[in-house]
Design a protein around this ligand. Structure first.
Ligand SMILES: [Fe+2]
Ligand SMILES: [Fe+2]
Length: 308
């Protein structure tokens, strides 16, 4: 009987692994290897892997806009109609579109004006940002870390396209990759808080952070997949740490890794997120020499100052 059971288990495991890309298998193996040092990792992986796990919801308008913005000929009217389905988020979009980071010197009074000012793609990206900030970066008991994560993600999203252009990496998805790169942190904390009984205290962030940091990229890949983001974005979210150790590092994962580093160096980091990835090696992978790196640093600083 045990033979049958073990054979069956093996069968299901092999089939489960077949449906998971090899990169995901490597990422999950790496995460599991840390479980003996951080016992909370096993509990978090169980929560995220449970059949009852429901990732945080992103308004469907956000993913539809992302899919729409991937198309060649986007119809502005179609975009306005989509945005209008969520007036609260559309209003927030208009507010942020007028900030200096988006070049807003004069006021924007309508979605049509926002599209003219920002362009179709940036309007869609900005909507995803306000959707995340309003609906996902909110975890009871962890308000301050979430506020920091929200600011960090917005900063990485702002500078990732600058780095991508400097490194001649196709930059279309750079903003969204930057915005979503640490989404696994929010998702993991939400899963943790949901698993704690109402009468029990929520552990301080400092206590859970080491385990959450160790698996946030894996959790981020799960959530981005659940939200139907394109596979290239899912891969970058999953691989934005440790790209220097990959045999074939994804150029956009290196871009986000460097954006993460620069944002942290400029005071917009998130907790103890920084990894052992050497920024010099990442610059090498992106074929950026010292002169280019210095110029890039200045451009990123200017952009981040507008967000302050
Ligand atoms: Fe990260
Ligand atoms: Fe980050």
């Amino acid at each position: 009987m045990w033979v049958e059971v073990s054979l069956l288990t093996g069968f299901f495991m092999v089939n489960a692994l077949k449906s998971v890309p090899p990169e995901s298998v490597a990422v999950i193996s790496e995460v599991r290897s840390e479980a003996h040092r951080f016992p909370l990792i096993s509990r978090l992986l169980d929560l995220l892997g449970s059949k009852d796990y429901r990732p945080p919801q992103l308004p469907s308008t956000a993913t539809q806009l992302t899919q729409l913005s991937q198309q060649e000929n986007i119809c502005p009217t179609e975009m306005v109609q989509l945005l209008s389905r969520d007036p609260m988020l559309a209003g927030e979009l208009l507010r942020i579109a007028q900030s200096p980071a988006y070049g807003g010197a004069s006021s924007i009074r309508s979605l049509e004006e926002a599209i003219v000012r920002l362009g179709l793609q940036r309007t869609g990206e900005l909507f995803v940002r306000v959707a995340l900030e309003s609906r996902v970066f909110r975890v009871a008991g962890y308000q301050e870390p979430m506020r920091q994560l929200q600011r960090h993600s917005a900063c990485v999203a702002q500078i990732a396209p600058i780095i991508a252009r400097a490194a001649k990496v196709p930059s279309k998805s750079a903003f969204l990759c930057g915005l979503l790169h640490d989404i696994g942190t929010a998702a993991t904390l939400i899963a943790l808080v949901d698993s704690i009984a109402a009468k029990d205290p929520i552990p301080p962030f400092a206590e859970v952070e080491p385990a959450v940091q160790k698996l946030h990229h894996y959790a981020g890949g799960l959530v981005a997949k659940e939200w139907n983001f394109p596979q290239d974005i899912i891969d970058v979210v999953e691989q934005h740490h440790g790209c220097v150790r990959q045999e074939n590092p994804l150029p956009m994962a290196c871009v986000v890794n460097l954006a993460d580093h620069i944002a942290s160096q400029m005071g917009y980091g998130f907790g103890s997120e920084l990894t052992n990835d050497s920024p010099d090696t990442v610059l090498e992978l992106l074929k950026l020499n010292q002169v280019a790196a210095d110029a890039l640093w200045l451009k990123c600083r200017k952009q981040l100052e507008k967000m302050a």
